[in-house]
Design a protein around this ligand. Structure first.
Ligand code: FAD
Length: 390
């Protein structure tokens, strides 16, 4: 694909490709890459064994690499084992009522009150601690090729696209539905990019490496899929920067002061980076959504569709894909919660409350997207160096 296809503003975003690539290379990628290795961000709580609510389990995974290695009790951080000390959701004070559809572009700046167990209206999982939850060390379980293909994988994507976020056929599809499709398609592109980036090239010698033809076949030959990857990346980036004050105040406590200070410092570097803020102050403009008359109904409909997509993750027949599928959908659900933090069932705008696991998912998702954008950009640039304008 010609690099010139990726110049100008990313469709439906407020930032162009060149800027998106530059801030990724200079700011986001270096910070995120380090951040996700630190203890706070590398342990993700997940319920891996759940029955698929939609059809009998048909999962088949060819490689041993499919399975997830869990953390023994003594490995993950001590504070993660304790019940939350923050306010319970019942003691949260609601702000003055606002119409459900209105999007507030600011967030109360003094809002972090400790980690809470609170529902995310965009996701289906009950995040309450129980003995079905396990901690997984993400560093030991990288997202890469697992050999999960065929009917089972196809069925998941088909049911996501056909039933829950149909591709917009023409101009008639509203902004919001288009945005949902693009978010999912962008995530799909990112997953494919990671498969191509870390692929089992030779099973007999266990040789891993890049599979560029797969990258072309699944992503680069379809400019729209690349565009959607950038869209998802900017959407999630906007959510992170919108919640900057909350995320800055949050407790990154794992019981190891040295690591925790480093985490805090990297989070701050990312959130208040001058280059990032000046080059792309508003990566996505969420206030443009839900403006029509039927905004509240539309939001409920899309929320329901996204919750369905989140439930479908339990049908993925490959443990490692399920882990990363759940993490990334939770990350997207967290971004949606930040950008449209209105309780779907009431007409009150609530102060933002995030769970620790949501923040872990959000930053890990942004890191995955940032890696995908970097790899795609490098390959495209190499293909047509003369057309890349910087
Ligand atoms: P698929 O990627 O399965 O695509 C199916 C169809 O969707 C395509 O034929 C095309 O019509 C459409 N499509 C493809 N890409 C896009 C896009 N970006 N936007 C819109 N439409 C698109 N496999 C691994 O090896 N490792 C993993 O970590 C992994 N994680 C997964 C996580 C999830 C949530 C799911 C559902 C699957 C995961 N898989 C993973 C499987 C992987 O995504 C593919 O399904 C599999 O490799 C088979 O690929 P495929 O060529 O049949 O096309």
């Amino acid at each position: 694909p010609a690099a010139r296809e990726y110049t100008g503003t990313v469709e439906d975003c407020c930032c162009d490709y060149e800027t998106a690539d530059a801030i990724n290379e200079e700011v986001l990628h270096p910070i995120l890459r380090e951040l996700v290795t630190l203890p706070f961000f590398r342990y993700f709580k997940v319920k891996l064994w759940c029955d698929c609510p939609f059809w009998p389990d048909d999962g088949m995974c060819r490689l041993r690499d499919c399975s997830v290695c869990e953390c023994p009790e003594n490995e993950f951080p001590e504070p993660f084992k304790k019940p939350y000390s923050g306010l319970s959701p019942h003691s949260m004070i609601c702000q003055e009522g606002k119409p459900q559809a209105a999007v507030d572009k600011t967030l109360d700046s003094k809002i972090f009150k400790g980690w809470v167990e609170t529902d995310n209206p965009w996701t289906s999982d009950d995040e309450t601690d129980n003995n079905e939850m396990t901690y997984v060390n993400l560093q030991l379980n990288p997202e890469r090729y697992t050999g999960y293909t065929g009917d089972s994988a196809r069925r998941i994507w088909d049911s996501i696209y056909k039933e829950n976020c149909p591709k917009y056929p023409s101009e008639e599809l509203c902004h919001e539905k288009k945005a949902l499709y693009k978010l999912i398609s962008g995530l799909h592109s990112s997953i494919s990019v990671h498969i191509a980036y870390d692929y089992l090239l030779d099973e007999s010698t266990n040789k891993w490496g890049q599979n560029l033809s797969l990258l072309y076949d699944r992503v680069l030959s379809y400019p729209e899929r690349v565009q959607n990857l950038y869209f998802t990346y900017l959407f999630v980036l906007r959510a992170v920067t919108k919640a900057a004050d909350y995320l800055e105040q949050a407790e990154y406590n794992t019981g190891n002061p040295e690591d925790d200070l480093k985490t805090q410092s990297l989070v701050k570097q990312l959130l208040y980076n001058h280059k990032l803020r000046s080059a792309c102050p508003l990566p996505f403009d969420e206030a443009k959504l839900w403006q029509g008359e039927n905004g509240p109904e539309l939001k409920q409909e899309i929320q329901k569709q996204f919750r369905n997509i989140s439930a479908i993750m339990d049908c993925i027949g490959c443990e490692k894909c399920r882990l990363w599928g759940k993490l990334q959908v939770l990350g997207l659900g967290t971004a949606l919660k930040i950008l449209f933090s209105v309780d779907g069932d009431s007409y009150l705008n609530q102060p933002l409350q995030l769970q620790r696991n949501e923040v872990i998912a959000l930053f890990n998702l942004l890191n995955r997207l940032s890696e995908s954008v970097k790899f795609v950009h490098e390959v495209i640039k190499e293909q047509s160096p003369s057309t890349v304008q910087k």
